[in-house]
Design a protein around this ligand. Structure first.
Ligand SMILES: *Cc1c(COP(=O)(O)O)cnc(C)c1O
Length: 462
């Protein structure tokens, strides 16, 4: 017997039971489509997309267990059985007693911002997320980024680039006063930083700091199981803990959390708010009736809540999360072979192309990431999204573009949807565009909506 170590590949812990055909298109057709869409991939028709890496939000493939649950929807207006199943799993897996369902994550963000924030308050957070920050600002707060400096450097390989800098946070508390900070907003992994996690050690430090000043700590737990996976793989003392145990420990430090179920929970729609504070709960339960629907359905069908309840059970399964993050890593390693500039370390949900390095001849005013994402679509029908100056929006005070350090294209992986062969096709397309990058001339914005402009802005080629 040979003692040679043979490479052992891994594969997904599931097989395909139902397929959805996708349309094959040619370059000329896609060129026409992208012009009609104003070079904004959000404005493309989904049927004109070959491999859709726009987002992992609600684009997941549900399991047969989840689909079976959909048939057990209790569509009563009040007191649906599925609501109680979901609540039980929120208590069991997140360890937080009170809970209100919402139709998606931003509805929960809207409610918690309105409940907690007063005009003139400050919300410190580990980089921003688009909808999170907008709801905090609409409620009257100024958002302050307190993420560690490493997060703004795409080449820095710090294992926990989602960490909050305790010094930045303490300086802010001292400057504006704890009374002006209704809560610290912590997310993990941090999407806008490239899907970068925070460590348990950092969370504990931030917890102690917020306790010292009597400031609340809230968790955007939308991608919490991905964060738990990185803690297991990278942080000392966690290698032998289950994802479920790490998730529960993380949540134990927070006063409350909100979730977009369209991510970790592997459903197509849903969200929720959970809190330890009975008063906050009672306010949220009342507010949900105004904006979403009765507190036992929150804008969802009973069947949606059942799929969420079952999704929670599946999201903490190690093999599921390992395959998901393994696919992202596989893609990153393939792109590296072509020297495509990427954000490091590879994130939990997406590969981010560093558009500043990819297109060094384009000034940020020419929307390099937006240009790149449009070119990739034309090349192969692969749809990604811009995470740079367009997503960053304008400063509410000055009305000028915010110029983020990170100018990125995000290629996001829906859970359990694409095969390794799809990834190979995508990688080769990005490599081709990289090869011909000098031909890319940039874009001009010709239409700009007031809020979250990246969704609806239109561009023309220069
Ligand atoms: C998607 C997302 C949200 C918003 O949730 P929606 O369901 O899209 O409204 C908030 N925070 C994070 C980290 C997200 O990924």
């Amino acid at each position: 017997m040979s003692k040679k170590v043979i490479k052992r590949s891994w594969a997904e812990p599931f097989k395909i039971k139902m397929v959805e055909p996708i349309k094959m298109t040619n370059r000329g057709y896609r060129d026409k489509c992208v012009k009609e869409a104003g070079h904004n991939t959000f404005l493309l028709k989904s049927e004109d997309v070959y491999i859709d890496l726009l987002t992992d939000s609600g684009t997941n493939a549900m399991s047969d267990y989840q689909w079976a649950g959909m048939m057990l929807g209790d569509e009563a207006y009040a007191g649906s059985k599925n609501f109680y199943n979901l609540w039980d799993n929120v208590k069991k897996y997140y360890g937080i007693p009170y809970f209100v369902p919402t139709h998606q994550g931003r509805a929960a963000e809207h409610m918690i911002s309105k409940i907690m924030i007063k005009q003139g308050d400050y919300i410190p957070g580990n980089m921003y997320f688009t909808t999170t920050r907008l709801h905090q600002e609409l409620a009257g707060a100024t958002f302050i980024d307190v993420i560690i400096d490493e997060a703004h450097d795409p080449q820095n390989t710090h294992p926990f680039k989602g960490n909050i800098d305790p010094q930045k946070l303490e300086d802010l508390i001292k400057k504006v006063g704890a009374k002006k900070i209704p809560y610290v907003s912590m997310a993990g992994p941090v999407n806008m930083a490239g899907g970068q996690p925070f460590s348990m050690a950092n969370l504990k430090e931030i917890y102690n700091l917020t306790k010292k000043y009597n400031v609340k700590l809230w968790f955007d737990a939308t991608r919490a199981t991905e964060n738990a996976y990185f803690i297991k793989m990278r942080e000392k003392g966690y290698a032998n803990k289950t994802i479920a145990a790490i998730l529960k420990e993380m949540c134990s430090y927070f006063d409350g959390l909100w979730v977009s179920a369209k991510k970790d929970l592997m459903v197509n729609i849903g969200g929720f708010l959970a809190t330890r504070n009975k008063k906050v709960y009672e306010e949220a339960r009342n507010m949900v009736v105004v904006y979403e629907g009765l507190h036992t359905y929150g804008g969802l069908a009973g069947r949606d809540m059942e799929a969420m309840a079952r999704g929670i059970e599946e999201m903490v399964m190690f093999d599921n999360i390992k395959a998901r993050i393994g696919q992202v890593e596989y893609c990153g390693k393939q792109l590296e072979k072509y020297n495509v500039p990427l954000v490091y370390p590879f994130g939990g949900h997406a590969i981010f192309l560093d558009a500043k390095k990819f297109l060094p001849h384009l000034k940020q005013d020419l929307f390099p990431a937006q240009s790149l994402v449009s070119e990739i679509y034309v090349d192969s029908g692969v749809r990604g999204m811009e995470r740079g100056i367009v997503s960053s929006g304008r400063d509410p005070q000055t009305g000028k573009h915010r110029y983020p350090k990170l100018e990125l294209v995000r290629l996001t992986f829906p859970r359990r949807v694409y095969t390794q062969a799809h990834i190979d096709v995508m990688v080769e397309s990005v490599a081709q565009v990289f090869d011909e990058r000098k031909k890319i001339k940039g874009l001009k914005m010709v239409y700009e909506p007031k809020y979250l402009r990246f969704f609806q802005a239109r561009f023309k080629k220069l």
